[in-house]
Ligand binder design. Structure first.
Ligand code: ARG
Length: 458
């Protein structure tokens, strides 16, 4: 029999039970649901809304259910619709009529809002620690590659020499912002909605602050209508996870390029790549490709929830049950991607030679050659023109700037002397970029030390 059967003269159609029920997926909220109920019932006891002894019996009943669910000993029932009513039904089965007092002063509307907030907070902590591991990995690799010169790109055309450390620390910044965003989502999630009731609070003298403190919430919600109908925190989470996936996807794209035969900057460990069923030579970056691909579903979940919410009148509407799978799928996806991506990086190797070759073959030092003339008193725009001509000459001769003779330089401009060769050496080009944010070894050492602290003190 349904917990709300009083008003009905027949039972629901089986098809409706199936359609309406969310237990197959919201059962993962059982711990939050039980802890939330325990806090609620403890408060009911303290406020003498029920007796302290009743509160104790209910609490013990809930704890026994928690233990059994943990042990996998409970079969959920789809006719009980969702995790909230499954647990309440089980409670009443176990402890009898006193169990019917649990839901005093509460609605499933504020209950589910509470459970989702608790769940999101818990998961943010997990995801944050996964990103932190990735940050640590990036730092480890960067520490080893402060002298590994590679071309930096714009338009995927070789632009200026940088180091692998500099490149990877760019991703550190991106992932660090993701952590900051997650922290902000945590903050907006950290409001306790119980007491909102169905939408208009309740007449019982609930102590909302007690429940909030008991459940480690920093705040309570301040409008009961909003308390039950707000899913902004879910949308904020999905948006933050989408941005995080976008970062992982850009990184994946680079890895896919870098392991290709055209680049060969990087090699994946055999244990973190896959073969082809037909082409024996293949070693494919499937992990990076899947991470890139899975970004699509996380974006889709964000769009899905925005669309679910856009036309909903206040307050609770059943449409909002659709938030669950979108949130769960995004969290699961991110939690699947982060560790494997991190491991893939940890086990990869980088080819200093290939990177150096690419940096020296693509005129990445042309800006520095122009700056060289500027230091000799030539206006930058003129210097730019001169070096442009020089590059064209090199392309025609199939040479690099380093390979030109002094006569060839002087043929283009009399301002060149033998110091041009050190001025355009890639090491010089990198290490002269010695301001905060730049690739020089000195700056990179400082940045890495700084980032070791930043990653702990978010
Ligand atoms: N399973 C529902 C959900 O996920 C719980 C809240 C239902 N409330 C209601 N009045 N039907 O949104």
């Amino acid at each position: 029999m349904k917990l709300w059967s009083g008003r009905f003269s027949k039972s629901t159609d089986q098809a409706v039970d199936h359609f309406n029920s969310s237990i197959t997926f919201d059962q993962r909220l059982y711990r939050q649901d039980i802890m939330g109920s325990i806090a609620h019932v403890t408060m009911l006891g303290q406020q003498n809304i029920i007796s302290k002894q009743e509160a104790k019996i209910i609490k013990d009943g809930l704890l026994s259910i928690l233990k059994d669910i943990d042990a996998g000993a409970i079969d959920f029932d789809i006719t009980a619709e969702d995790i909230h009513m499954n647990i309440e039904t089980l409670l009443i089965e176990r402890i009898g009529d006193v169990g019917k007092k649990l839901h005093t002063g509460r609605s499933r509307n504020d209950q589910v809002a509470l459970d989702m907030r608790m769940y999101v907070k818990d998961e943010i902590v997990h995801i944050d620690s996964m990103i932190q591991k990735l940050e640590k990995t990036l730092i480890k690799i960067a520490e080893k590659h402060m002298d590994t010169i590679m071309p930096g790109y714009t338009h995927l055309q070789r632009a200026q020499p940088i180091t692998l450390a500099h490149h990877f620390m760019a991703y550190f910044e991106m992932f660090h912002r993701d952590r900051q965003r997650l922290k902000n989502v945590f903050k907006s999630t950290n409001h306790m909605p119980l007491g909102s009731g169905a939408l208009a609070t309740t007449t019982y003298p609930l102590d909302r602050t007690f429940v909030a403190q008991n459940l480690n919430f920093e705040n309570i919600t301040y409008n009961s209508i909003d308390g039950v109908s707000d899913r902004d925190f879910c949308i904020e989470l999905l948006s933050t996870l989408s941005i995080l996936m976008m970062h992982l996807s850009r990184f994946s794209e680079e890895i896919i390029l870098w392991v290709s035969h055209e680049f060969r900057f990087m090699e994946l460990d055999d244990a973190f790549s896959t073969g082809s069923s037909i082409m024996p030579q293949k070693k494919n970056p499937d992990i990076a490709e899947l991470v890139r691909g899975k970004t699509g579903r996380v974006y889709g979940n964000l769009m899905g929830l925005l669309t679910v919410m856009k036309g909903l009148p206040l307050a609770y509407n059943k449409d909002m049950q659709e938030d669950k799978e979108l949130i769960f799928d995004s969290i699961d996806t991110v939690k699947m991607c982060l560790p494997i991506f991190t491991q893939m990086l940890q086990t990869s190797t980088f080819s200093k030679e290939k990177m150096y070759q690419a940096a020296s073959g693509g005129f990445t030092n042309a800006t520095d050659a122009a700056d060289y003339l500027v230091k000799k008193g030539i206006p930058f725009r003129t210097a730019h023109e001169v070096i442009g001509k020089l590059v064209l000459y090199c392309i025609q001769q199939d040479k690099t700037l380093e390979q030109l003779s002094l006569e060839e330089y002087q043929m283009i401009s009399p301002h060149f002397d033998e110091t041009i060769y050190t001025a355009i050496s890639l090491e010089e080009c990198v290490n002269r970029r010695n301001m905060i944010g730049g690739p020089s070894k000195e700056i990179m050492q400082k940045t890495i030390e700084e980032n070791k602290k930043r990653l702990k003190t978010l």
